[in-house]
Design a binder for this molecule. Structure first.
Ligand code: AMP
Ligand code: MG
Length: 325
């Protein structure tokens, strides 16, 4: 069953992929409630666990090989479930190999620098999976929807014109191509929530005391720009889904489905990288054997020289435990 997992995963995520070069109309082209053959949460749980098992295995190999890095870009509307997706998808992974970076309103120092700089600084290293909770794409989303953000960036007048967004798309595509050519694969996920489901989730945040902390009146204000955001997302998908870093639009009206789909896209990328545990050179193997002989020669007289094989199982300490049991 595990053997055909790669092709099953590839088939499952295909409808979410934005074909490079295609013109996207988010509202028309992607359904936030899409079921993708998984109707019940019960069926989804097994898939989610299988996906996580796969991720755990591949992450260990990615870290050991130390050649490729993976950047997961997570964009979404408020209440679409970014935090929950990160929590679920990353459960079970070795924390030493994962880093999550969240991007907020830029600081004064960041506004004094070129727009990609703060993202460049927080990229994963080789062997790591880095997650951008919001990302450089905010530079063509919130900054585009609320142009006062662009004014704060103090750009030279000649770069501030109407063509600024097209130039940013190009700069982002070039930067991502440079990263992928250097061994950093980029997985771009958009959690696609419907306006009605967002309304219900906001209400739940207000009604449930435990969820109050998640509610911000700013989010309700942003909701008024819903159409402008849909347009900014559509433009962004049309211009920045590339062969080296395609976008995936994840149906997010059902949280558990979004988590399965996000995990599947990440797994798909890792399967494609297919990282391998390093094999030792003849010299290194010879050193390893020499070290083994050395350690065996240091054994106290009552102990067995080796840690494996029948001799080890027959040590006096083991016999004692077996007798007590
Ligand atoms: P949250 O992710 O809910 O903690 O909110 C972070 C806030 O930072 C959101 O309101 C974003 O719109 C805002 N933000 C993130 N990146 C930028 C950016 N480059 N320029 C302006 N605002 C941003
Ligand atoms: Mg928020």
């Amino acid at each position: 069953m595990i053997d055909d997992a790669p092709s099953r995963i590839a088939r499952f995520i295909e409808p979410f992929r934005v074909s490079p070069g295609s013109g996207v109309n988010l509202a028309k082209d992607f359904d936030p409630a899409f079921e993708g053959g998984v109707k019940r949460k019960k069926d989804g749980v097994a898939l989610l666990n299988e996906g996580i098992e796969l991720l755990v295995n591949y992450q260990a190999r990615l870290a050991a090989q130390d050649t490729y890095g993976v950047l997961v870009v997570l964009q979404a509307l408020d209440a679409a479930g970014k935090d929950g997706t990160i929590r679920h998808v990353m459960s079970g992974l070795n924390p030493q190999g994962v880093r999550v970076e969240s991007f907020k309103v830029p600081s004064a120092l960041e506004l004094n620098q070129d727009f990609l700089r703060r993202y460049q600084k927080r990229l994963p290293s080789r062997g790591e999976i880095g997650i951008f909770n919001r990302s450089h794409y905010e530079e063509v989303l919130v900054v585009r929807v609320h142009p006062e953000n662009l004014l704060r960036q103090k750009l030279p007048a000649e770069t501030r014109g109407h063509h600024v967004w097209r130039r940013r798309y190009e700069a982002i595509n070039d930067w991502e191509q440079y990263l992928s050519e250097n061994g950093f694969r980029i997985v771009k996920l958009f959690l696609n929530l419907s306006k009605e489901e967002q309304r219900l989730r906001f209400l739940r945040r207000i009604d449930l005391p435990d969820h109050n902390w998640k509610f911000s009146s700013h989010d309700v204000e942003e909701r008024r720009s819903w159409d402008a955001y849909q347009e900014a997302f559509s433009e962004m998908f049309s211009h920045t889904s590339t062969a080296w870093a395609p976008w995936y639009v994840i149906p997010a009206d059902r949280k558990w489905f979004a988590r399965i789909a996000a995990g599947a896209v990440i797994a798909h990328t890792l399967i494609d990288i297919d990282p391998q545990y390093p094999t030792l050179s003849d010299d290194a193997l010879r050193d390893l054997n020499a070290a083994k002989v050395q350690l065996q020669s240091e054994a106290p007289s009552a102990a067995t020289p080796t840690a494996d094989g029948d001799a080890a199982r027959a040590t006096p300490a083991r016999k004692l435990i077996q007798k007590d049991a």
